[in-house]
Design a protein around this ligand. Sequence first.
Ligand code: HEC
Ligand code: HEC
Length: 461
Amino acid sequence: MKKLLLSGVFALSIAGLLLQAEVQGQVAQDWAGSYSEAQAARGEKLYGGNCAVCHGPQLLGGDRAPAVAGPALAARWQAKPLAELIDYVYLQMPLHGPGGLSRQQGADIVAFMLKKGAVAAGTADLNGGSAAPPTRTTEPLKASGFYTRAQAIRGKAAFNRNCAFCHTVDRKLFSEENNKFILPRTFGGRFIERVYHGQVLYPTVYHLFSKLQSMPAFNTKAISEQMRADITAYILENNDLPAGDEELTPDAVRMKNMILGEKGFESLFNGKDFTGMKFVVNPNCTAQPDGCGSVAPSPDLIRVEHGEIVCQCNIHGYFYWDKPYGDFTFRFEQKFEKPADWDADDKLYFGGTGALIFIAPPHRTVPRSVEIEGRYYDFGEPFLIGGKGKVEYDHDAYMKVATPVGSWDKVEIASKAGVVKTYINGALVSTLSQHDYKPGPIGMQLEGAPMRWRNLRVKVE
Ligand code: HEC
Ligand code: HEC
């Protein structure tokens, strides 16, 4: 009985071998000539950037995913039309981030898979059949002001009627001394840069506007909120801030995104849309059109609302500004959405994000770069992705300025002469030196935690 069983197993495995040999023969027969060498070469690149991480560089599979060439592939796909395999790649792969490749790119990868399985090439391409994925427009950021010229003219009329018998906008009259008087003299000149007891009084348009809410002195109800916005425009114009092509509206959140008095800073985010920003979203993917990394993520993932970037961040990736930033000061504010079940005193919130600096192509989640950690429990710590450098991180310094989860935090990353210093809420928390990174784009990570950003700006040294 035992002997019989053994020989049975033996017979089965022989049958298996035979089946495999047969399949291999049939593969060569059915699929031969269905793709071209040039196409397989294109497919090889796509495969390397988007699939190799799971299916292995030799397509042999591993712990993460099955083999996708040779007998293994044939055993499952040889009975079906190749179009179905292309569809599968196009619709299902890469696992955890499908939908980023075009059908034609799927076909190119399948061509490469066939080639690796020793299927003979032909002269014509394997046809994928569909158009390339959409790409996001990337016009440069317009240096747009916070108000329009027409609005400033309306503001002047409102000012003359309601404010001019107590104040002026005469630029020459402005000095800190003059404005310390019980009746401030002027809102012209360098008024919006006022510093009093070491603090900047009007860091954003919102702060100026909210001061105006206690004016005019004879009756704060004498003017409408829109008129206040118009007068704010008039004051901005008299502080030499250029007009733009959109009116200032009395919208607190948007006004908080309008930074004043930071000389040399350029806004990286216009508060309205993603102009000037690029995306790569989907783990294990390089960016479209070469890879499956979405460059135009859906509003369900990330959108602009009220001057803020609101991110569900449920798919990992990043957005970036595509310039070679070397010496710069990058400032922004970020806030995690506090989970409903969060204990206020818990310091171990795991929601992640991070600023990426010195990003090196190819753009892929995650690229070679320095990640300045944006996570709550080690905020500001530099992580060197694919490079070298000396990192000093002062966790105690961070803990002194840590705010409860769900608060806005201010981040400043200053890179100068090979040294990168990171400040959280004004405190120096880390220094990176002796690094081997070259100037590159800066960006921000989507890392699974719902969150917001605002006031993203940079000063190039
Ligand atoms: C994150 C890991 C991961 C990445 C990246 C990935 N795959 Fe897969 N892939 C898998 C897993 C796991 C399976 C098995 C899925 C199943 O059994 O449902 C699979 C299945 C497949 C199959 C079917 C295999 C079979 O024999 O049925 C093909 C073909 C395939 N992947 C191609 C690709 C291609 C092409 C890419 C790149 C565009 C890619 N995969 C990227 C994990 C991955
Ligand atoms: C009757 C006189 C009077 C009128 C009219 C008046 N203000 Fe004032 N304003 C004051 C006084 C007094 C102060 C100083 C006390 C304070 O800040 O409330 C002041 C302060 C201010 C400040 C702060 C100045 C600084 O140096 O930081 C601003 C801005 C301002 N006013 C704007 C306005 C605007 C805009 C109007 C018209 C809509 C207006 N005021 C109308 C009397 C007036």
